[in-house]
Every structure is written in structure tokens, then in C-alpha cells.
Write a new protein. Sequence first.
Length: 534
Amino acid sequence: MFKLVVISGPNTGSSYPLSEGISSLGRQEDNSISLPSERVSKRHCHIKVHQNDVTVTDDGSFNGIFVNGQLVKSKNIKPGDRVSVGEYVLQLVEVKVTRPKKPMVSSSLSPAIPEGLSSLGIQQSSLESPPKDFKQRLIWFFNHTFMPVFYGLVMKSEWRNVCIFFSVIFCIGSVILSISPLLDANRAGIVNEVKSRGSFMARQIAEQNATYFAAGAETKTDVGNSLHANGVRLAVLIDLDSRIIAPNSRLNQYLTSGPEASSAIKARDQFRLGRETGLTFEDESGVVIAIEPVKVLNPAMGKNVVTAMALVSVDSTLSILGAGEVGVIYFQAFIIVSIFGLIIFTIIYKVTLRPFLVLNEDLDRALKGELPQVTHEYQLEELNSLWEIINSAIQRIPNRSELGSSLSSLRVGGLEMTATPEDFEGPIKMLGNLGKVGVVGFSADRKINHLNSVFEELSGIRLDSALGQPIANVARDQSLGLFTDELLGRAVTGSEGVSDEYEFSGVPYRVLASAFGASGQSPRFYLMILERKE
């Protein structure tokens, strides 16, 4: 089963089911699909559905039909193809009918999904609860919870400003996430180096004084120059009761405070449990304590036992970068990342805007008749449908030469029929909707029967008060009425028209006037087009 969904134009979101057989499409209400629009013919086209084949065929419409931007007479279409009829763009959608295994009771409280959203693949269940699949659940959460916040930012602020904001956030985050691990690794390396240095100094003190302990000459022990080494807070020899043995200046004092005292007690407990190697400790304040055992042979036990400890504490913060130095590093990194980020942002910004700038230029040229369609040379898949819709719309807009030839006469079979003012109404309104030129239509007696908003803005004349009136009666400036009468008087049927210049509020405009009707006879209709001079 198939259906056509209006994805652009009036009644966007509406859908029309296609039954097996032939469905007619046109402006009249008795068609299977009625699209009320002056740009849609009474019997525009028909769609034939035979099993899984769908074919659209033009029924001789005035504006033709386009499939994916290409003008066609008859074409087999598949789900996803776009059919352009007048200002409507309809997409063919395949509807898969599935029967639920268990009857489902709908709740009056659950919101209904519009038909247009359903045709685009947004299901009721996707809005009510996330899918069960883990990957799809992550995507659902990202699209429904995370992204709406940023969509709201773009609605409130310029896209450029939002990009700059996120670029700054990216630079700050990059600096923090990259520099912090490096600083932590640097600090860890320094602490390890200080631990190795402290252990080496404590081991030297223990080895140098082990013979004095063995000989019972504790008064001869000494810590040497370790106490004066860079960064050393304390260098002592203590017994297992924390009594200081060396240096002599602190002899018989007890180590009772500071991180060194608590570390000495932990080490003593380990040595009494049989540990024979040294230990290192790191205090929260950055102090590193290295403790090495002094072992002496015990004849009764027949082995070396720990009788004292060599303790050296070193302040590692002296070798670690301070807050000011860390701040300088962060600042320098931020400057470098910001410069690099600015370059990347500028490139991405320019690359993103380039397709739209080209589209704007090409669209302006296409509306002037200089190009058959807009350029589609940039690989931006997300905008493919936009290019197709724009090209379809451009191909439905006649250029000036085509408009002139179509207005001058109509052909039915092999006979040429003179056009009437009513025949001009649709094409003139279509030209008036271009938005770039001012358009005025006059009857045979030079009375206004149509003008667009551009001309209204330029002249101050409103269609509701000017309809059926000579322009001289409604023009604010008398010179405009005289200029128009003179220009229309020079226009004759069968010619390419006449042109002149006129200024509105000091801005020059090129004015083209053409007369339409049977060649050699009085005009049946006048058309005047105003275009601003570059």
C-alpha cells in the first residue's frame, strides 16, 4: 500500500492514500486527489498503482510534472521519490500494514502523531519511550534530551554566535583535559624521584652507622651532610621507640609530631612483623618520608634483626610547579589552542556557508532567467532535498521570453487562438510572486487589473483601491501616470516591447512594457515589469 505525503507547499503534512488502480490528481474537487491551486490544472496527472509498481503520468497539464526535479511525461516512481505539481511537492511513501499480535487499547490521554510526522518515520512509540536496543537508545536520548537544548540556542541567538560560544568552550575544555593529565604525570614523576632520592640517603645513613650499632658505640653515629641536602626537612637515626640517636644535637629526644612520627610508627610495626626492606610514605602536604632499617646480628637468634631506623623526609613541593607557574602554562596553552581553534572555526564556518552563498547567487540568476537551475556541486547530503525542491520550483517558473510567447497567443491543435485577459491571470500572478520585480497588468483600456506587492511598495498604490482604475487616477505622483500612459502607448502587439527608465525615491528602475493580442490588431492586454538597475 502506498500514499502521497505533501512535504512542501500548502497543507504540508497532509497525505493521500493510493488505492490499487488509477487515481486522478488535479485542481477540481472530483479528482481522487484534489489540490486547490491556480498552478495546478483541472486534470493535472494520474497515478496508476499495480501491485508494487507506481506510475505517474502527465494529463497535458499547463505547468507539467517533475519527479525529483526532472520534467517528465510519465515515470515509474518508488518510495522516497518526490513529485512536484504546481507549488506542491509530494513524496511517495510505502505503508506497511502489520497486525498486532494482541489487541491494543488506545488511551485518550496519549498525544496523536500528525500524519506528516508519521510519514517521515516518527512513530508514536519513539516519542513515548526510548527503544530497547542499546545503540538506538543512546541515539534516542541524544536527539530527544541533549540536542533540543542547542536547538533552542540557535532559535534565540545567531548561529555564528552559538558557534563562537562552543568554540571557546572547546578551547577551554581542550586545555584542561590535555594539560591536567600532563601536570599530574609530571607531579607523579617528581614524587617518585624524591622517594628514590630519600631512600638512597636513608640507606646510606643506615649502612654507614650499622657497624657502630654492632659494636655498641651508638654515641659515634652520625647522619653526615644529609640534613643540609636540598629539600631535606629531617634526617635522623631513631630506635624502635622513636628515640633520636643521631644527630647529637637532638640526642635522646623523641619523634612525637609531624608526618615523620606517624610514618616511623608504621614502619616500626612492619619491621617487627619481619619486614627487612625500607619503606616510603607520602604525606598530603607533599612531604616524602623514606625509612631504612639498621640491622645488627643477634647471636641468640642467629640472624640480623632491626635495631634502629634511618629516617629522611624531603619536601617534594619544592620541585613541583607552583600555582602561578601552572597558571602561566594553562594561559599559554589556551592562547595556542585558541589560535588553532580560530583557524579551524573560520575554515568550517566558511565551508558551511559557501553552499548557501552559491545557492543565493544562483537562485537570483535563475529567477532572472540567466541560469536553468541552481548549482549543486557541493557534497552536502543533508541539503539534497532542498536543491531538488528549489530546482523543481525554478523549472516551473517561465522566463520572460516564454511568458511573452505564451501570453501573445494560445494554440489549440493547429489553430492559433487570441488570448483574453483572463488567460493572463495565472502566469502574471506567477511572475509577480518572484519577489524581485514589480509587475502591473492592464486591460485593453489601460485600467489596472493586477499588481504585485513589489509595485505596491514602490508606488504606494494598493490593488484593492486601484483595481479597474487608470493608473493616473490612483498614482500619488502625476509623473508616474504620464510616464505609464506614454510607455504603454508605444507598446504594440507582435513586438518585443519597449523599455525606459523611471526613478522611485531616487532609485532608478528599468521599466519594460509589452502589449499582447493578435498581431496587427489592438492590444487585448498590457504588461509592465519594473526591475531595479544594478
